[in-house]
Design a protein around this ligand. Structure first.
Ligand SMILES: C=C(OP(=O)(O)O)C(=O)O
Ligand SMILES: [Mg+2]
Length: 403
């Protein structure tokens, strides 16, 4: 029933107005799945390769589609994904493009679910998945590679860890986002938004900390449950390998690695941060390990550019005690099977998985299902904006359906 009979690939728009790859997968019994690849701006050096969509589509049509159509079963995700790897023939999907690969992989999963008549999270997670729902981390202030002339730290994330339901958590993040706008206005910094819908004021990080801290406290008092906040420092983007320093350009501050570790540890203490992603350079496992040793019992230290959803890199991190959490972006590695393997390895080793969007997104909701299917404790997918609320609203629907 789930034998793949057709795969169509096309270019569609992403949220930045750039082209991206969309895939349709059709099965012999009429099952249908459609999915689109997201795209990063602050990409990790070790990610699978995203090719220009026209090239990725042409290469996938030549190498992957003929091996899948009439040959593979959409209900057998591991088979689909291993054929994608074999058809590509490289370690990093540089032949067919990780964008074509991930779009086909996710579309096949949806087609498989369609044939079974099951929601995607159920198909992916199976009947023995847990009953947890992820806490959404909502980007409320941002800069770095996602907005010009804004904060050095890429993302300030509301984290409604005490929310009694997904719905309460999603609305709490939107309320923090709105409260931040009011505070920016009061302080004379009215602001536009960056790529992920976070406010992108031209203020330095220390003022952003004050504002987000106040916004989170105000909303916490309103809703009556605990809201913390966290960061994606995206430190690889500010690391200068020649001088071996982290350059905070808007603040005019430069920190060496030891100073960076101390700075982050102080922020964790001062603001009770519940989450810190990529606080150090993507090549510096030792510094990650040192920071994790210092504050890993108080907060999540998450590797995004450090691990790039790659089990080999995660094994290195586990061996060295670097970080205690991993960001999962299926397009960083190219297939859903690879993303599942990374989540599984993380869970077995006590690392929390945080399923994540990219700064360039579409209406695709696969990551909401992936988070529920794998019992991931967190999902990072923005706070507002159509391509972000597509996932957040899907989470609310899944919770509504499943309970
Ligand atoms: C979502 C992120 O940004 P991008 O997609 O630009 O890598 C991130 O760095 O976590
Ligand atoms: Mg990141």
């Amino acid at each position: 029933m789930t034998l793949i009979t057709d795969i169509r690939l096309r270019r569609i728009l992403d949220s930045r107005g750039n082209p991206t790859v969309e895939a349709d997968v059709v099965t012999e019994s009429g099952g249908f799945g459609r999915a689109a690849a997201p795209s990063g701006a602050s990409t990790g050096e070790y990610e699978a390769v995203e090719r220009p969509p026209t090239e990725a589509i042409a290469a996938a049509r030549e190498h992957a589609v003929p091996r899948l159509v009439g040959e593979a079963y959409a209900g057998n995700q591991r088979e689909v994904d291993s054929i994608l790897r074999a058809a590509d023939g490289t370690d990093d999907f540089s032949e067919i493009g990780a964008n074509s690969a991930v779009a086909i992989s996710m579309a096949a999963a949806k087609a498989g679910a369609d044939v079974l008549g099951a929601p995607l999270f159920q198909h992916l997670g199976g009947t023995f998945r847990g009953e947890n729902f992820p806490t959404p981390l909502g980007n409320v202030v941002g800069g770095g590679e996602h907005a010009a002339d804004a904060t050095d730290i890429q993302e300030f994330l509301a984290a409604p860890v005490g929310a009694p339901s997904v719905e309460d958590a999603v609305f709490a993040n939107a309320a923090v986002h709105a409260e931040v706008a009011d505070l920016l206005e009061e302080r004379g910094h009215p602001s536009g938004k960056g790529d992920e819908g976070a406010w992108a004021p031209s203020i330095d990080d220390s003022e952003a900390f004050e504002i987000v801290d106040e916004a989170v406290s105000t909303v916490q008092d309103d809703v009556g449950f605990n809201i913390g906040f966290g960061l994606d420092v995206a430190a690889a983007e500010m690391y200068d390998a020649d001088s071996e320093t982290y350059e905070y350009e808007s603040a005019g501050v430069s920190r060496d690695t030891e100073e960076q570790i101390e700075y982050i540890a102080e922020l964790v203490d001062e603001y009770d941060l519940v989450y810190v992603e990529d606080p150090l350079d993507e090549d510096d496992y030792d510094a990650f390990a040192e920071l994790t040793d210092e504050v890993g019992d108080q907060t999540l230290i998450c590797g995004d550019d450090l691990f790039v959803t790659n089990t080999d890199r995660l094994v290195d991190g586990i061996d060295r005690g670097a970080a205690n959490s991993i960001l999962i972006k299926p397009n960083q590695i190219g297939t859903l099977s690879d993303a599942f393997d990374a989540i599984e390895l993380a869970t077995q080793n006590g690392y929390d998985s945080v399923i994540s969007h990219r700064s360039g997104e579409t209406e695709d909701t696969t990551i909401a299902h992936l988070a529920v299917a794998t019992d991931a404790p967190f999902i990072k997918t923005g706070a507002v904006g159509g391509e972000r609320t597509a996932k957040l609203n899907e989470l609310i629907r899944i919770a509504d359906d499943a309970t």
